[in-house]
Ligand binder design. Structure first.
Ligand code: TLP
Length: 346
């Protein structure tokens, strides 16, 4: 019998649950561009309520969620401050420049957290030569640092100084429910430090498609128009939103299981000679594994394990990223560690 493939590339590979498929089949729908899809309306109201915001907007992807937020908060020629490894900066194909015609001002972070003093120093004063600082973006959990969680006091310090300067704050909360589970707080304790938040239904929460953007009503009205500009005004989208409702109602509670499995995976791999793991960074559902001690770089290690049915992505030089999710059981974690140990020992 073929070995089961253990897919640790991302939590984006999760499949919709049977309950989601049933809800999708039964979903009541209408034309959402007319505001007439009852299931989309229900999802948007539920999402807004959960993150403590006035209104929300259903978008097809996290990328579109971030990009409509930037479009809605800025004008052409403005500047936005973000962390130098932020998804918006690294992995959204230059969206801020292409779509909003804004300039990005990266600030280096530590495990994804920017120093509030450095953020303050990056805010532009009134000077004819300068662009206007229109937005500050944070990301929690922080993908490129391996799923690290921003400390709440760090978020608060940045939010407070932005508010004093009259600058909006956007949170790329693709995995904000993972951050909440890791901190053991209600998600509102995180989203209160942002004016707008984007969060994904399609990652650890297992919906097939979709993200929500939440914030004040006038902002969401602008974001809705921006979504239309980008061609993201969907019609009978209730079929997708139905899965999103199940994601928010049923799947949030189980994220801590993914975190326990990431801990277990990290501990197992740390015991394999040649692999190097900084346990202090294993804070949610991701594990960054250093490969230098094996003599293989990140591409060679990922290619080596692929035929053995353990999939993961190269991330940084001599580092790979492994992500736990609903499709990875505790037994799969043991099996992945076993296969990696066996192959590396050869
Ligand atoms: N992240 C994906 C890849 O794009 C790298 C992954 O596998 O982790 N914000 C953050 C923090 C993200 O991690 C992602 C996706 C997004 C936004 C974009 O979401 P989608 O893929 O729905 O556009």
């Amino acid at each position: 019998m073929d070995k089961k493939t253990i897919d640790l590339r991302s939590d984006t590979v999760t499949k919709p649950t049977p309950e989601m498929r049933e809800a999708m089949a039964r979903a009541e729908v209408g034309d959402d561009v007319y505001g007439e899809d009852p299931t989309v309306n229900r999802l948007e109201a539920l999402g807004a309520e959960m993150v403590g915001k006035e209104a929300a907007l259903f978008v097809p992807t996290g990328t579109m969620g971030n990009q409509v937020s930037i479009m809605a908060w800025t004008n052409r020629g403005d500047e936005i401050i973000l962390e130098s490894a932020a998804h918006i900066y690294m992995y959204e194909a230059g969206g801020p420049a292409v779509l909003s015609q804004v300039q990005v001002r990266p600030v280096d972070g530590h495990h994804g957290a920017m120093d509030p003093g450095e953020v303050k120093a990056a805010i532009r004063g009134a000077n004819i030569h300068f662009p206007r600082t229109a937005l500050i973006c944070m990301e929690n959990t922080h993908n490129r640092s391996g799923g690290c969680v921003l400390p709440l006091d760090n978020m608060q310090a940045i939010y407070d100084l932005a508010s004093q300067e009259g600058i909006a704050v956007h949170l790329d909360g693709a995995r904000v429910f993972n951050a909440a589970a890791s901190l053991g707080v209600n998600v509102k304790q995180i989203t209160r430090y942002a004016d707008s938040v984007q969060f994904c239904l399609s990652k650890g929460l297992c919906a097939p498609v979709g993200s929500l953007v939440a914030g004040p009503k006038p902002f969401i009205d602008r974001a809705r128009k921006c979504r239309k500009i980008l061609g993201g005004g969907m019609r009978q989208a209730g079929i997708l939103a139905a899965a999103g409702i199940v994601a928010l109602e049923k799947m949030v509670q189980r994220l801590s299981e993914d975190h326990e499995r990431a801990q277990k995976l990290a501990r197992g791999l740390a015991g394999i000679p040649g692999l190097d793991i900084d346990m202090s960074t294993v804070q949610s559902n991701m594990v960054v594994v250093g490969t230098r001690g094996t003599g293989m770089d990140e591409f060679a290690f990922a290619a080596l394990m692929k035929p053995h049915g353990v999939l993961f992505n190269p991330s940084l030089p001599y580092k790979v990223r492994m992500v736990t999710h609903n499709g990875v059981s505790s037994g799969d974690v043991d099996e992945a560690v076993r296969r990696i140990r066996e192959v590396i020992a050869v």
